[in-house]
Design a protein around this ligand. Structure first.
Ligand code: NAI
Ligand code: 3PY
Length: 327
């Protein structure tokens, strides 16, 4: 690619990272969620896009004939029309790795909050309802020593497994198509994590944690059948993508008592609609998709996304390219 390129920034970037782009290229900032007209106006000349949380679908690509590269400020790539990007030869970069530990912390916060009823009991204090010693009706469920089942044993899944196994003495079970060679890929988990078939994992786990990407193979994967296979009284946590879960089936599993509780950072529709029963269900701890939302990690994601984009525009191989051919 030649020297100054047209970059369309479709989500706010830290000022210093925006300045890095502006120093070398012509930059338009237009968030389609707040100024769709400006975004649409910039698309036809855009050679590069950087941002997140907005679907870059086939219709958007159709209006961006000059586009060569997209740099997503996210590790998940479900907002992008992957096959269409591949067909058009558009490079897709993302931000794996820099958010693993932070997202794993968030998932663990949900594990602790659901099992020890942290939000519910904190509200009891705040609302002046703590009038006597807490009795059995408010007791929780131990985390340490319990079995953790992971659906999604990639970068973030393994960071969750390390916390569980090494910090909380939890046996870890994971489900992947083929067992992972722990000695090579996750040596810290050797002797702590074991592969299981899906049904065996569900039957054995006190906590089932989903840390799956959203794809054709995972959309709606966690359905009524899977909830019915879980250990009665299990806790379900979703830190991956909302649409991997059938939310009606999740509610039914909570209401029947099959599930003790659920901790959810992600939902099929975000922001969670006001009328969703998941918003106020007494045994659901909902979070507003904050897995990676710390100052340090969001900054690292933005910096990596800008690094990726600048490398691509300089004709170099970016650090984190997503393989759209495999999609
Ligand atoms: N809540 C949040 O704020 C965040 C959510 N995420 C979500 O978490 C996802 C995972 O991120 P990483 O761990 O970095 O990805 P990764 O690519 O390292 O791991 C994903 C794992 O899921 C497995 N997988 C894919 N399809 C499967 C299926 N059908 N059955 C069983 N396993 C399957 C893959 O084999 C892989 O091990 C992201 O794609 C994103 O959607 C990521 C970051 C923050
Ligand atoms: O990176 C992602 O995929 C997220 O969901 C937010 O960090």
């Amino acid at each position: 690619m030649s020297t100054r390129q047209n970059i369309l920034v479709f989500r706010e970037l830290p000022a210093d990272q925006l300045a890095r782009l502006q120093a070398a290229h012509s930059v338009t900032v237009a968030d389609p969620k707040t100024d769709r007209a400006a975004f649409d106006a910039a698309l036809p000349l855009a050679q590069a896009l950087i941002g997140s949380s907005f679907p870059i679908d086939a219709a958007v690509l159709e209006r961006a004939p000059a586009l060569k590269v997209i740099s997503s400020v996210s590790v998940g790539v479900d907002n992008y029309a992957l096959a269409e990007l591949h067909r058009r030869g558009i490079l897709l970069c993302h931000t794996p790795g820099v958010l693993d530990e932070t997202v794993a912390d968030t998932v663990f916060a949900l594990l602790m909050a659901t099992s020890r009823r942290v939000v519910e009991l904190s509200n009891l204090v705040r609302e002046g309802r703590w009038t006597r010693n807490i009795g059995e009706e408010f007791f929780g469920f131990d985390v340490h020593g319990k079995t953790l089942g992971l659906l999604g044993f990639g970068r973030i899944g393994q960071a969750i497994a390390r916390r569980a196994a090494l910090g909380f003495g939890m046996p870890v079970r994971y489900h992947t198509r083929r067992p992972v060679d722990l000695a090579v890929q996750a040596p810290a988990l050797l002797g702590h994590a074991e592969h299981r078939t899906l049904d065996a994992l569900l039957a054995e786990s006190d906590f089932v944690v989903a840390m799956l990407p959203l794809s054709d193979s995972t959309r709606g994967l966690i359905d009524a059948r899977l909830f019915s296979r879980m250990k009665p009284g299990a806790i379900f946590i979703n830190g991956g993508r909302g649409a991997t879960v059938d939310e009606a089936a999740l509610l039914a599993a909570l209401d029947s008592g099959q599930l003790r509780a659920a901790g959810l950072d992600v939902f099929a529709k975000e922001p969670l609609p006001g009328e969703s029963p998941l918003r106020t269900h007494p045994r659901v701890t909902p979070l507003p998709h904050i897995g990676s939302a710390t100052h340090e990690t969001r900054y690292a994601m933005n910096r990596l996304a800008v690094d990726n984009l600048l490398a691509a525009l300089a004709g170099q191989r970016p650090a984190a390219v997503y393989d759209t051919a495999a999609a």
